[in-house]
Design a binder for this molecule. Structure first.
Ligand code: HSE
Length: 373
């Protein structure tokens, strides 16, 4: 395999290092903004050098972001090159475009590092779904949020302080919006549900609520009632359809999710034969993430492409009912659904996921967390 590598940041450099000792693949050219030199690969600032090189059979996209990553990946596919990417935003935004294109052209496209970083989640999901029906996927898919929530829970820090520490350690970016507002988890949630259920979910129907409004008093409330808060992505196959959502969720202190420390991820599936299976590991970082990119390259060498069919466009049905912890200004809806008070906050009786998120849209100051069933 001769690789054209797009990007030489955390993941790109990691992949380059991991391929050094291998004979079955070689990074032939690297697209990089900086002027670097590599002993065994040509570095270029011009994507066309990779596109027009007919000896390059595989493009590994490790640039991140939507543009120009999309244009480069699409052009590479039009030119007949296989793709490996770690870019969750790209895969989610262009799922209906890139996955059918790969299948139409008989190209290989894999993106295992896009969900769970170093955890082989999507490749295990592919194996799981070919042997049974998957009825649920869920988990902690963002290391930055887990680090913040874990630090608040274990060390009693406020949100701002915990975020600052996450930034100082390099987990959270200077602009942490994509992580803390749940958008990164949202991308991973939709990709996971698509692969698990063989569909292409309508993204607008998947609500997301992040952790940026959580306060120390919420964490105290959770502790007093025996719960730990985690940001959770969920996809479920229910009688009425597929539900999918991202929200802070409270787990009893003895649950597996409650024990996940630092920046780790824990992603689970429920299968008709296997029951629950959970994968735990590093959701980010240079070598864990590059490890899964490398695994995808090895899989492509063996002829393995995407994890399943693209699937039909499918509307999301979030009628499932959950109880919610909500801290925000009381109104008629909250009063009528109130089951008990936890300090200044309300715990509701069962309300539809869609209804709770619709309420939150109109109450941007509020913090909401579902209670895990
Ligand atoms: N920002 C992501 C995280 C990186 O914190 O998990 C891996 O996708």
């Amino acid at each position: 395999m001769r690789i054209g590598l797009l990007g030489f940041g955390v993941v790109g450099k990691g992949l380059y290092d991991l391929t050094q000792s291998r004979e079955d693949m070689q990074v032939a050219k690297v697209l990089c903004l900086e002027d670097i030199t590599l002993p065994d690969a040509q570095v270029t600032h011009d994507f066309n050098d990779i596109l027009r090189d007919e000896t390059i059979d595989t493009v590994v996209e490790a640039m991140g972001g939507l543009h120009p990553a999309y244009e480069f990946v699409r052009a590479a596919m039009e030119a007949g090159k296989n793709i490996v990417t770690s870019n969750k935003a790209l895969v989610n935004a262009y799922y209906d475009d890139l996955i059918p294109l790969a299948q139409e052209k008989g190209l290989l496209f894999r993106c295992t590092a896009a969900v769970g970083g170093g955890i082989c989640w999507l490749s295990e999901l592919e194996r799981a779904r070919r042997a049974q029906e998957i009825t649920g996927v869920w988990g902690i898919m963002n290391g930055t949020c887990n680090y913040i929530l874990d630090n608040m829970t274990r060390n009693g820090l406020g949100y701002g302080e915990a975020l600052k520490q996450a930034q100082a350690l390099g987990y959270a970016e200077a602009d942490p919006t994509a992580d803390v507002e749940g958008f990164d988890t949202w991308n991973k949630c939709i990709i996971s549900a698509n692969v698990a259920f063989g569909v292409s979910l309508e993204k607008d129907g998947v609500p997301v609520s992040g952790i940026s409004r959580i306060a120390a008093e919420d964490v105290e409330n959770f502790k007093a009632h025996g719960y730990v808060c985690k940001l959770i992505a969920t996809g479920k196959k229910l009688e009425k359809g597929i539900s999918a959502y991202v929200q802070p969720t409270l787990f009893p202190q003895g649950a597996l999710e409650a024990a996940v420390p630092m920046n780790y991820n824990l992603i689970s599936l429920e299968g008709s034969a296997s029951g629950r299976q959970s994968l735990y590991g590093q959701g980010a970082g240079r070598y864990p993430t590059a490890y899964n990119v490398l695994q995808d390259c090895v899989d492509e060498l063996a002829g393995r492409g995407f994890y399943g069919p693209c699937g039909e466009k499918t509307a999301v049905c979030n009628e499932e009912k959950l109880c919610y912890y909500i801290r925000g200004n009381a109104d008629a809806w909250l009063e009528s659904n109130k089951a008990e008070a936890w300090g200044n906050a309300v715990v509701t009786g069962p309300v539809a996921v869609a209804e709770a998120h619709a309420w939150l849209q109109n109450h941007p100051e509020a913090f909401l967390a579902a209670i895990a069933k």
